[in-house]
Design a protein around this ligand. Structure first.
Ligand code: FNR
Length: 361
């Protein structure tokens, strides 16, 4: 698909110069019901707003005249190389954004050399996604039916996924009132959770309060893949994750879609980092929209970040080319920010580069 293609009245991906413009262009193009499902957060959307605000009120204090070479953005995460410390967070139902669905997202991620965390609730199967892109992790909602969970794990392994991401912050589904107002409860006809299809029917997904660290232990026995716990905000849970064999932690409030009035995920990075004390790498998602945001997260202790909604906006605007453009813009901003901060690599970003200051409130 050419980046120049696009229906009348909709911006071409190549003409958009930042991730926020992608959101505006996606709003113009998407069915309002699907836009609201993607954009919305839980309840009063206090956490949703806080995620972005937390980046705004932190300042970058650059170092100058360091004479470093050109920025090198590559990182290794859980033994896997990525071209930059930005992953695609797992988001459900890409087909609501574009008919090519997760295939387009995976192709764009592969082309950009970034890791895509494929959502269990995808609209094409994990096998089809894997056929489109090699750098995949698989996100799992552990199902109380452990046999079925094990079958998903085996499929993810066979498809070549390199890590399992257990979403821990969803013992119940968060209430998105925007979607509810539209009466959006089910996927449109012809769309379904492809990984859950069994013979002629589609299995019900359980977001169950029964799931506990005991299930994580069982998962640990089921697989030798690295296990990542996603949705940790409390230092106590970060310690438990390490004790239960987690290989990485994603500090996340699910993009403000689960429990409203949790703090911004960025505000939880330092306390979680202190609890983990370098034993496992930390990732962060929630509100990343700029290269400066990525650098702030790195400074506060993240090894990498993930983006949720911006991927969906890219997909809605231009399919694979749209996601590719979103990643290219973020890469360019990240490289520029590193250079302006006097850091040549993500690893050279130090805590003293970030400060909360009154002038940015
Ligand atoms: C999500 N997220 C999510 N997380 C997860 O573990 N499993 C899932 O199925 C989904 N589905 C999902 C759908 C949509 C539409 C959104 C916007 C988000 C949460 C996601 O992984 C991530 O935590 C947030 O999206 C990060 O915040 P930003 O980047 O969207 O601000």
């Amino acid at each position: 698909e050419s980046v120049a293609a696009g229906p009348a009245g909709v911006e071409r991906p190549a003409a958009l110069v930042n991730l926020r413009e992608f959101e505006a262009a996606a709003w113009e193009r998407l069915d309002p019901v699907f836009y609201d499902y993607f954009a919305g957060g839980a309840a009063d959307e206090i956490t949703l707003a806080a995620n972005e605000a937390a980046f705004r009120r932190r300042a970058l204090i650059p170092r100058v005249l360091r004479g470093q070479g050109p920025p090198r953005l590559g990182v290794t995460l859980l033994g896997q190389e990525a071209s930059m410390p930005v992953l695609l967070a797992p988001t459900a139902f890409h087909r609501l954004a574009h008919p090519d669905a997760e295939r387009a997202t995976a192709r764009a991620a592969a082309e950009a050399g970034v890791i895509m965390i494929a959502a269990m609730l995808s609209t094409v199967t994990i096998e089809e996604i894997a056929a489109c892109g090699p750098r995949l992790w698989f996100q799992l909602y552990i199902q109380p039916d452990l046999e079925f969970t094990a079958s998903l794990v085996r499929r993810a392994e066979a498809a070549g996924c390199r890590a399992l991401v257990v979403t821990a912050d969803s013992p119940a589904l968060g209430r998105n009132e925007r979607a509810e107002r539209h009466g959006f409860h089910d996927l449109p006809p012809g769309m379904y959770c492809a990984n859950m299809a069994e013979g002629g029917h589609v299995r019900q997904v359980a977001l169950s309060p029964e799931i506990s660290w005991r299930h994580v232990d069982r998962l640990r026995e089921m697989t030798s893949l690295p296990i990542v716990i996603k949705g940790v905000l409390h230092p106590g849970d970060a310690r438990l994750a390490v004790e239960h064999g987690a290989d990485a932690i994603i500090v996340s409030n699910h993009g403000g879609r689960q429990l409203d009035t949790t703090p911004a995920s960025l505000d939880r990075l330092a306390p979680v980092a202190e609890a983990v004390d370098g034993r496992v790498p930390l990732l962060l998602d929630g509100g990343i929209r700029r290269g400066t945001d990525v650098v702030k997260a790195l400074a506060l202790g993240a090894a990498a970040v993930a983006i949720g909604r911006p991927t969906l906006w890219g997909l809605a605007v231009g399919g694979q080319a749209g996601v590719a453009r979103v990643l290219a813009l973020l890469r360019r901003e990240l490289a520029g920010t590193l250079a302006l901060c006097g850091a040549a690599t993500p690893g050279e970003v130090t805590a003293d580069l970030v400060e909360e200051v009154a002038s940015l409130r």
